[in-house]
Ligand binder design. Sequence first.
Ligand code: GSH
Length: 205
Amino acid sequence: MKLYYYPGACSLAPHIVAREAGVAFTLEKVDLANRTTETGASFTAINPKGYVPALGLQDGSVLTEASAIVQYLADSQPGTDLAPAHGTIERYRLLEWLGFISTEIHKGFGPLWNPATPDAVKAAAKERLASRFAYLDEKLGQHPFLTGSKFTVADAYLFTVVNWTNFHGIDISSFPNLQAFQARVASRPSVQQALEAEGLVKKAA
Ligand SMILES: N[C@@H](CCC(=O)N[C@@H](CS)C(=O)NCC(=O)O)C(=O)O
């Protein structure tokens, strides 16, 4: 499998999951401004949506959408505990979290990435994110990971998008459980390896 990514973008979530699951994969960096990949391929020919993540599968087809890709990777390696079994209420709880992360947190950051966004709109987006962080903080005070005691694909996704607070100078110290969650997930070997591979942290000496 080949994961098309941009350093630190939402593609970091499937990158972490691929490492957690022990999937054999390669990485191909995408220049999002020019829509080309590091090997010179046209990224829009690979994913007409033009955004990462995209996962090239063995049969030559391409899977997109972060929440679908992380589940595909987890399900491709049964027994990893990264996603509960299909058809169980636990799986629907996972989907509930993936939907929340995708629409409330991931896309909640949307206005902050655009330099043309007026300051008042940015302030409103930050306020909205803070209310979602408060909800997460309460839940993460009850158990170490979103669905309980086990790390799942939803945790990889949440870590990835909350990490963007560092790019936007958003202080999350008033959400101590969320802050502790970020540190907990960051300390996982898979996460350190993914961050190193994306050039976001230096390899430990
Ligand atoms: N709905 C997509 C959104 C993916 C997305 O927002 N990707 C961003 C990086 S986090 C991107 O590639 N943006 C560049 C663009 O849209 O041109 C998903 O959930 O995977």
